[in-house]
Design a protein around this ligand. Structure first.
Ligand SMILES: C[S@@+](CC[C@H](N)C(=O)[O-])C[C@H]1O[C@@H](n2cnc3c(N)ncnc32)[C@H](O)[C@@H]1O
Length: 305
């Protein structure tokens, strides 16, 4: 089933809702990154498109500190229900919810100060139309910020489990998933440019995810991503698969502080009138000899009108 299809996300929403955090995000790094990239401030009206179970909307609501609003939009209502539960658990009165296809947003022109999208813009068939819709609902001096995944080969959290599970079942790994379809440098900036944004900038990010408990990391990933595949496996076969996954991770683990970390790469693209804060400030805020948090690379594409 294609990742661009509604049925794909309807099916995924069941497991996403079940495994979503109950309140704050477990790993907030990407959320804080996009908040900094878009320079979101208390009092603003923010739209988070393809918000899924509320990332980064919940972190944005916390950053708004009771002033302004963040509208959580997604194609799939079951995803939004999970986000709504998180907002209720954290008593976040600034959160709103809207079932919304990002290529046809149900909002008037010029409604928002900021439009955000974390790991969602890769999926609609017409991405430029989605970016044009973001531009339409933004106020004239508004900003947008997008995060997309980097190359499959640069993202062990995706390819290690997929390859290992395929090998375990003696199957072919299949094509590179659509989530990596905007990984070529400059793709994001080119999309924003084609949609008519005034200034588009893209930069590559390098990220290391801190893993407190590698076994728990493997088991949760397996239950979340491969739930259907393993539902008929006998317990001893599942245990064997978990051992294979733990072993497959070994070459990618690096020690950071007291915890192993796993690497990932992504790109961020934005358009803004004012200068966004220097995102490298985040690494300085959490000093670590092994760069265990997000690293902003040099811009890989920049367009100005
Ligand atoms: C990979 S998830 C990302 C969710 C969330 N932003 C996060 O980072 O956890 C992609 C989300 O995009 C949503 N989606 C896919 N196509 C969409 C579209 N055309 N309009 C709005 N949402 C869409 C899916 O329902 C799913 O929740």
């Amino acid at each position: 089933m294609s990742e661009s299809s509604r049925d794909h996300w309807r099916e995924r929403s069941r497991i996403w809702a079940r495994t979503a955090p109950r309140g704050r995000a477990e790993d907030d790094s990407f959320n804080q990154m996009i908040i900094a990239e878009a320079a979101i401030r208390p009092g603003e009206a923010v739209l988070d498109v393809a918000s899924g179970t509320g990332n980064p909307a919940v972190s944005i609501a916390l950053a708004l500190d009771g002033r302004g609003s963040v509208t959580c939009g997604d194609l799939e209502p079951a995803m939004l229900e999970a986000a709504r539960g998180r907002a209720a658990n954290l008593s976040l009165s600034v959160m709103r919810f809207a079932a919304a296809d990002m290529t046809r947003l149900p909002f008037r022109d010029g409604t928002f100060d900021c439009v955000i999208c974390r790991f969602g813009i890769m999926f609609p068939g017409d991405r430029v139309a989605a970016a044009r819709e973001a531009l339409r609902v933004l106020r004239p001096d508004g900003r947008a910020a997008y995060l997309v995944w980097g190359a499959y080969a640069d993202n062990p959290p995706f390819h290690v489990p997929r390859r290992t599970v395929a090998a375990f079942f003696g199957e072919d790994e299949g094509p590179v998933p659509a989530r990596h379809s905007m990984s070529a440098p400059g793709t994001l900036a080119a999309m924003l440019d084609a949609a008519g944004f005034a200034r588009a900038e893209e930069r590559e990010l390098r990220y290391r995810n801190r893993v407190e408990d590698p076994r728990d990391y493997v088991v949760r990933g397996l239950r979340r991503t491969f739930a259907k595949k393993i539902e008929t496996l006998a317990p001893e076969r599942i245990a064997a698969l978990e051992r294979a996954l733990l072993a497959a991770w070994d070459p990618y683990k690096a020690r950071c502080c007291r915890c192993p970390t796993v690497p990932a790469s992504a790109s961020a693209g934005n358009r803004h009138e004012r200068r966004a804060p220097d995102v490298k400030g985040m690494s300085r805020a959490r000093p670590c000899p092994n760069d265990c948090t997000l690293q902003a690379g040099t811009p890989v594409g920049r367009r100005e009108r």
